[in-house]
Design a protein around this ligand. Structure first.
Ligand code: 6GU
Length: 226
């Protein structure tokens, strides 16, 4: 998979090399390239934003540098992902969809977002998704893109040492994961649940399913609605 990221703060993505993602990059599972939007500007000030039509606070990112940059990056089969607190919610199922795409282009906006015509224009030729990582506000899309990339790349075939741990984890089955324990059997007076020491694999599976369901009921009842 190839991933291109466009940002006015490219150094946000220096951490890609340190993380698990960096391992995927070294093993050629994924090729990540970061681009500075200011390289697509033509004025001496390298300006990327302007005041909003209609008034209001903040600045809006101008369409022209985005058009120049994205024309150079998008290929026929590319998906354009625009992080935005006004987008559809990112989810495990969207991560699964992203992991099957041949080429992702993440366009990180700052300020009050990118001129809407950029998304409307590329929607006529490409798959364009405006995506939020949760109901809270970040200063820009960079941290959201790091989260979405990590969720996506770890699903690529060959990334996980043990693909079974992908199946068992939170959200893969629409429920939160059951609690986990390791040695010692007793820690600060707290015992590991007896059933996990029983060796009875059916009983352990049933207990874990109950724990998953109960934890989801307590913490995320919204997940049980459908
Ligand atoms: Cl994708 N961007 C920004 N700026 N804020 C967010 C977000 C994205 N998702 C949640 N909040």
């Amino acid at each position: 998979m190839k991933i291109d990221i466009v940002s006015i703060f490219p150094s946000y993505f220096d951490v890609v090399e340190l993380s698990l993602l960096g391992k995927a990059a070294k093993s050629k599972l994924v090729e990540v390239t970061v681009h500075d939007l200011r390289d697509a500007t033509t004025d001496v000030h390298k300006s990327v934003d302007d005041t909003p039509y209609g008034g209001g606070a903040g600045m809006v990112m101008s369409p022209e540098p985005w058009g120049t940059m994205l024309d150079g990056l998008l290929q026929e089969d590319s998906w354009l992902i625009v992080p935005s607190p006004a987008g559809q919610l990112f989810s495990q199922s969207l991560a699964v969809e992203f992991s099957a795409a041949p080429h992702l282009v993440f366009a990180c906006g700052r300020y009050e977002g990118i001129d809407q015509r950029v998304m409307d224009h590329y929607r006529t030729t490409h798959r364009v998704l405006e995506v939020s990582v949760g109901d809270y506000v970040l200063n820009g899309g960079e941290v959201a893109v790091l989260a979405m990339m990590e969720a996506t790349v770890r699903l690529l075939p060959g990334f996980m040492g043990n693909p079974e741990s992908l199946v068992e984890e939170s959200h893969e089955k629409g429920l939160l994961e059951y609690p986990s324990y390791t040695k010692p059997r007793t820690w600060r007076g707290l015992d590991v649940p007896e059933v996990l020491l029983s060796g009875n694999h059916d009983a352990i599976r049933v207990w874990r399913e109950e724990q998953s369901l109960e934890r989801t009921r307590q913490v995320r009842p919204d997940l049980l609605e459908d």
